[in-house]
Design a protein around this ligand. Structure first.
Ligand code: ATP
Ligand code: MG
Length: 327
């Protein structure tokens, strides 16, 4: 079980952070993919009217990378009222201090410049996330590194309720971090993030890829192409490593050596990166055409929602039993 906040389009960071693991595990697990539209309301400088469009666009991207509706249950948070009920019950068991101590909450406040203008719902985010996961009794949660702290909090909540029940009604929540837990942004910021605008989208056109790559941050200490350059921490090489195929590895090593020795310019390596990204993105772009139909997307959501609601109603009943809500 995992989710995305529909405040923007999906990007390369989402792919290496969790989509790749979802693809790898889809035949082994019953997968649930949530579009967390309620979470999106906590974002600052964001028009709530845009959420629906992004939710459908995210769904289109997810289907296009190869997570078909036959293998994954897709649903939207606002369609599952049991999530709200669970989240508000969970919040009774989390102290205010514990909620503010969450390192990801602290980081996001800083990174997104929220100051003291964040909503109560924003601090409550991990309680919603716990409800998202526990509603469907999620066991394995593929996420990027920034979500580790949230999952820790979800685990605490599930343990609290298991203890109260005197049995494990919720499975132990395992975190599964992607091959690249935090993909660097095109501007050199440690995290590619839709709220920072330092992204390359999975739906990017060839022109957009070229423009983004050509203006990408590389090695700020290198003024001329004959200066020895740094490969480590350089987004161009990080993306080459992350999105290339086995047959490209030798050429990449070659470029790395030449770059370190000052024997190749940024432009040549960037041109090569454009080819690598194009090889990666063009099949996704093709598949997008197959699913690009609003009616089709809404039908996929409807089917997922039916299944998830049934399970969520059951889970909520169990939790109410634990709390002795029997009238
Ligand atoms: P925002 O900046 O609005 O928080 P985001 O780009 O972080 O947006 P989310 O919808 O919050 O996107 O994240 C969805 C999932 O993708 C999470 O599991 C998150 O950890 C993962 N993820 C997001 N960005 C990256 C990244 N740069 N590298 C690896 N994983 C990422
Ligand atoms: Mg995020």
């Amino acid at each position: 079980m995992t989710g995305f906040t529909p405040t923007g389009k999906l990007h390369l960071g989402h792919y290496v952070g969790n989509l790749e693991n979802l693809l790898k595990l889809k035949s082994e697990y019953d997968e649930y993919l949530l579009l967390a539209d309620t979470h999106a309301l906590g974002a600052k400088n964001f028009n709530y009217k845009d959420v629906r469009g992004y939710a459908l666009d995210n769904l289109l991207d997810l289907l296009s990378v190869g997570l078909s509706e036959n293998e994954v249950s897709y649903y939207v948070e606002s369609d599952i009222p049991e999530i709200y009920e669970l989240a508000s019950l969970f919040s009774m068991y989390v102290s205010h201090n514990r909620a503010l101590r969450n390192p990801t909450i602290k980081d996001e406040i800083k990174m997104k410049g929220l100051g003291d203008q964040f909503s109560l719902g924003f601090i409550n985010y991990p309680m919603y996330q716990a409800a998202d996961i526990m509603c469907v009794k999620g066991e394995l949660v593929p996420v990027g590194k920034d979500q580790e702290a949230h999952l820790e909090q979800a685990r605490e909540i599930s343990e609290t309720f298991n203890k109260m029940a005197g049995q494990n009604i919720f499975p132990y929540i395992k975190t599964l971090i992607g091959r690249v837990g935090k993909l660097i942004g095109t501007d050199g910021n440690p995290k590619m993030s839709k709220s920072l605008g330092n992204t390359i989208y999975l739906s990017a056109t060839i022109e957009e890829v070229k423009e983004k790559v050509m203006s990408m941050y590389t090695d700020p200490t290198r003024l001329h192409s004959t200066d020895p350059g740094h490969v480590e921490g350089n987004p161009v090489f990080i993306y080459l490593d992350a999105f290339s195929k086995d047959q490209d590895k030798e050429q990449i090593e070659n470029y790395k050596n030449k770059y370190r020795e000052g024997k190749v310019g940024d432009v040549e390596v960037k041109r090569y990166l454009i080819t690598i990204l194009e090889n990666f993105l063009s099949p996704i772009r093709e598949k997008r055409k197959e699913y690009n139909d609003e009616e089709k997307l809404l039908k996929i959501l409807k089917e997922g929602t039916e299944k998830v609601r049934e399970e969520s109603i059951k889970t909520l009943k169990e939790v109410k039993q634990i709390l002795n809500f029997r009238y």
